[in-house]
Design a protein around this ligand. Structure first.
Ligand SMILES: C[S@@+](CC[C@H](N)C(=O)[O-])C[C@H]1O[C@@H](n2cnc3c(N)ncnc32)[C@H](O)[C@@H]1O
Length: 216
């Protein structure tokens, strides 16, 4: 998206305001804006507050939109082992439009393996490739933190389908197993699709640990 495309988003809606800022930054493909908006919007309808961890963040747009949609989250950490050089440009443009985000979004150029998750975090990840999605779920569930992932690039050599491919398409089987495993860990899960005209890798899996009676 480029500064010239700002005029494509003339509306007063929050989405249009974000889209114009993304155009001004001139750093992202259009698809990334739409899919990130869809993920953030759906996650925030369910989960409020908490420190946001945007893992495999790329440019970190998800971290920003999560705070724009819910100011009760004090901060967001955007983690990627290869943060693009122009992520800072995107961040500065969004912070110019939402000055309250100043000093509240921290980029960390580290691998996900090194991330420390806290129990009150919201762990979000859009399109963490292959088994990286499983690592992110494992990191979140080890702390019983809330988690939302939009898996992509399924690796059928490494991710189990558990025989379900007789009934369903293989990548759907992989995501079904992920959902069932999350449920088995005591999470209340929500499975949604974002519109497939935005992205074909559109299965959003969200989960929140359900405390048992008497559990603190
Ligand atoms: C497909 S991109 C998704 C980027 C962004 N979330 C989005 O929705 O556009 C996957 C990202 O994962 C990052 N990545 C891959 N392995 C990683 C690891 N072990 N630790 C941290 N980041 C990793 C890559 O650098 C890349 O930016």
């Amino acid at each position: 998206m480029t500064p010239q495309q700002e005029s494509l988003f003339p509306g007063d809606t929050l989405f249009c305001k974000i889209a114009r800022a993304v155009c001004r930054a001139g750093t992202l493909p259009r698809k990334e804006l739409y899919e990130t908006w869809e993920v953030a919007k759906r996650v925030r309808r369910r989960y409020r507050g908490g420190r946001v961890l945007d893992l495999a963040c790329g440019h970190g747009l998800l971290a920003h939109i999560m705070l724009i949609l819910d100011d009760s989250s004090e901060m967001a950490i955007a983690v990627d082992k290869n943060i693009p050089a122009n992520a800072e440009n995107l961040s500065n443009t969004l912070i110019s439009a939402w000055p309250r985000l100043q000093n509240r979004i921290i980029y960390k150029n580290i691998s996900i393996e090194e991330v420390d998750v806290r129990p009150d975090d919201i762990v979000v990840s859009a399109h963490a490739c292959g088994t990286l999605t499983d690592l992110i779920i494992a990191k979140a569930t080890a702390q019983l933190a809330r988690v939302a992932v939009l898996p992509c690039c399924h690796d059928l050599r490494q991710s189990p389908t558990c025989g379900l491919e007789g009934w369903m398409e293989k990548t759907l089987a992989v995501d079904t197993i992920r959902a069932v495993e999350l449920r088995a860990k005591g999470y209340k899960i929500i499975a949604q699709n974002i519109p497939d005209e935005i992205t074909p890798k559109n299965r959003l899996l969200m989960g929140e640990y359900e405390k048992k009676l008497g559990e603190r």
